[in-house]
Design a protein around this ligand. Sequence first.
Ligand SMILES: C[S@@+](CC[C@H](N)C(=O)[O-])C[C@H]1O[C@@H](n2cnc3c(N)ncnc32)[C@H](O)[C@@H]1O
Length: 329
Amino acid sequence: MSNQENGSLPDFILPDSLYTETIREIHSKIEQNWDSLRQSARQTAAGRALWKQVINDPLAELLAGETYLKKLYEKIKKDILNSAREVSGVIIAVRTLWFDKRIEAALNSFDGGGAQVVILGAGMDTRAYRLSCLKDSNIFEVDFPEVLLMKTTILEAAAEATNKQNMMVKSLNRVAADLREKDWLEKLQQSGLKLNKNTVWVLEGILYYLSHSNAMEVLKIIANNCTFAHTVLLADFMNKQSTTMSSSNFHFYSDYPDQLLPSLGFADVKLSQIGDPDAHFGLLHDPLNLFNKLRNLPRSLQTHPDDGTPCCRLYLLQASGEPPNQTIL
Ligand SMILES: C[S@@+](CC[C@H](N)C(=O)[O-])C[C@H]1O[C@@H](n2cnc3c(N)ncnc32)[C@H](O)[C@@H]1O
């Protein structure tokens, strides 16, 4: 059981690496210049950093920065004091663990090594440094140029200060691209992506930041280009209620992503909800917590029958591309 789950929280000590002048300056520049869309990358890193009891992401603190770490720490503290059924950040913890596990399983399912993993909207993702299952894979991280630049700068500054930082992968390419534009696949190919190689596409915390048409286009591009090799798509989807809840940046939603993906050409679609047996990782014990309550309601319900609150769901989806060798001659 994690500290969050058993009601205690370790003292919040900012790592020494955050105190170097260079890193403080970078974070202060980010705070002045980035919009909330780009800042969301630091928010999820803070989630991984503060759920360190279950997520091994030593670089997350550094990449999240002090402001986001403090903000989330205070929320977690309040939740624990109030004996909340769901502690802040648990969604990020479960989501991260689900993607980690599915990436490893997908790579194991491919014949032979040498696969590619493409992370769209990679933000402060550090899987290239923390997942040993990626050791034979070529990794591609796609995000806005300024996000990737700052991430690289922070990681280089930290590596200099600490003299360590081991990448786990065969190669890592950071590809600056805007997923709303038509050229992101071309940019990936120019950076070495091969459409005829087995590939895992990781779309974690990205689709709902795009407009409906942009998100659909991204999914279609993946579906249309995955016919030459084995492809696994891993993605999370918000339902409609989740996107209308706050004054956030959320746009795209799907109440039935398990129907949407086959209509785009994906096969073997598996849907999980937070709290499902394959998506709780021992972090959601209280049967009355929000996620467990939602899982027991029909997915068509938009509001909770007990209290009229909106049914906000996060779906975790795995699918494959049309497998090769199925072309009818
Ligand atoms: C919530 S963060 C998720 C980051 C990472 N996948 C994770 O789970 O920690 C969303 C990321 O998507 C990126 N993003 C949003 N819209 C994008 C676009 N149109 N093109 C490229 N990246 C985008 C943001 O810059 C940010 O890094």
